[in-house]
Design a protein around this ligand. Structure first.
Ligand code: WQD
Length: 339
């Protein structure tokens, strides 16, 4: 039996592959390398000493997904593949709706055809409405402010309805808060295309000299130091959450949404100071205007993950900063030219 990992060459996908392989699982990867590099998969093989089959292709291709499931005795799917840039989704909404929804629908159709009953879906805290009070729980109000977030919301609903209509399925919707850091080897990490949207890759690229300075998006929020507060979690903790979700799916049916976060919020300036302290580097920054759509404060209530998955984030803020820097300083240009 094998676990099909879609988007396995991506940031969270590659870290999840390492955790799965180290737990002795057999994996199969599909990735179109649209926003990732095959080098990441070579590094996963290097870290784990294990090999695995990789298909280069698109998750909207139902025939290919069906072929993969029939050729590889797939037991479960972990679905990462999808476009994920919030800003781009506002400029090109149809690109996001077409790709992110069609890929999930194609995947579900192939799973039902081939009798694959377990699905772990890469969802996001972005599905939570800003009207919720912190900490965000899974029963919080849902509502999005950009097409990327709506594709996560809609995919959750598509999966939930499909699980309701097919009682043999077990689907786990993992709502990530803010994944940061990298595997301790320094061989795999976050390698965004172009100018990073997210805070931690921008901090790393500033520290390594690829960016002149960080712009802090607003220091007039109702927070302790005026800058935005988020629930940052180590990407290896997040990867291990997927291994726990797979174990849960093997012994349950139905559909559950589960937060993966630490339950602790840190501000932008907390992150800058922690990064500088952990790594002995300077991160020059300027204060700029607020970024539209940003919440002041967002952090999780992770108790359901502890209760259902027996999962809890273990790594510290210092681990996140040190591991992220090790990756960036050893790979200043990420994986090199994108495939
Ligand atoms: C964090 C904080 C910014 C960049 C996004 C997606 C979400 C999820 C995680 C996929 C905020 C501030 C940032 C910068 C800054 N991704 N910031 N200067 O917005 O919480 O969530 O990534 O699921 O869907 O929306 O993360 O890292 O962009 O921002 O001051 O150059 O850092 O204002 O307070 P965010 P982020």
């Amino acid at each position: 039996m094998s676990i099909l990992v879609t988007g396995g060459a991506g940031y969270i996908g590659s870290h999840t592959l390492v955790s799965l392989l180290e737990k002795g699982e057999d994996v199969t990867v599909i990735d179109n390398f649209d926003n990732s590099s095959p080098v990441a998969l070579e590094r996963v093989r290097q870290i784990t000493g294990r090999s695995f089959k990789t298909y280069t292709g698109d998750c909207c291709d139902e025939a290919l997904l069906t072929q993969i499931m029939n050729e590889n005795d797939i037991e479960a799917v972990i679905h990462f593949a999808g476009h994920k840039a919030v800003g781009e989704s506002v400029e090109k909404p149809l690109k996001y709706y077409e790709n992110n929804l069609e890929s999930t629908i194609s995947l579900l159709n192939a799973m039902l055809k081939c009798g694959v009953k377990k699905l772990i879906f890469s969802s996001s805290a972005t599905v939570y409405s800003g009207e919720n009070t912190v900490p965000f729980t899974e029963s919080g109000r849902l509502g999005c402010i950009n097409p990327y977030g709506w594709t996560k919301f809609m995919n959750e609903q598509i999966i939930r309805d499909t699980a309701y209509a097919n009682k043999e399925l077990c689907c786990v919707l993992l709502r990530y808060f803010n994944p940061v850091g990298a595997h301790e080897s320094g061989l795999i990490g976050e390698d965004p295309n172009g100018i990073p949207n997210n805070l931690m890759p921008y901090i790393c690229q500033t520290a390594v000299g690829r960016r002149e300075h960080l712009t802090v998006f607003g220091d007039d929020y109702p927070t302790p130091d005026g800058t935005g507060v988020r629930d940052y979690l180590h990407v290896v903790d997040l990867a291990e959450g997927h291994v726990c979700a797979l174990a849960y799916a093997r012994t349950h049916d139905g559909c559950e949404a589960i937060n993966l976060g630490t339950g602790t919020g840190y501000s932008v300036l907390d992150m800058v100071k922690a990064f500088e302290k952990a790594n002995g580097v300077k991160v020059p920054y300027v204060i700029g205007p607020r970024r539209s759509g940003d919440l002041a404060i967002c952090y999780s209530d992770p108790t359901k993950a502890h209760r259902l998955l027996n999962w809890k984030a273990e790594r510290t803020l210092e681990d996140m900063c040190r591991d992220g820097w090790r990756w960036q300083s050893r790979n200043p240009q990420g994986y090199g030219t994108q495939a």
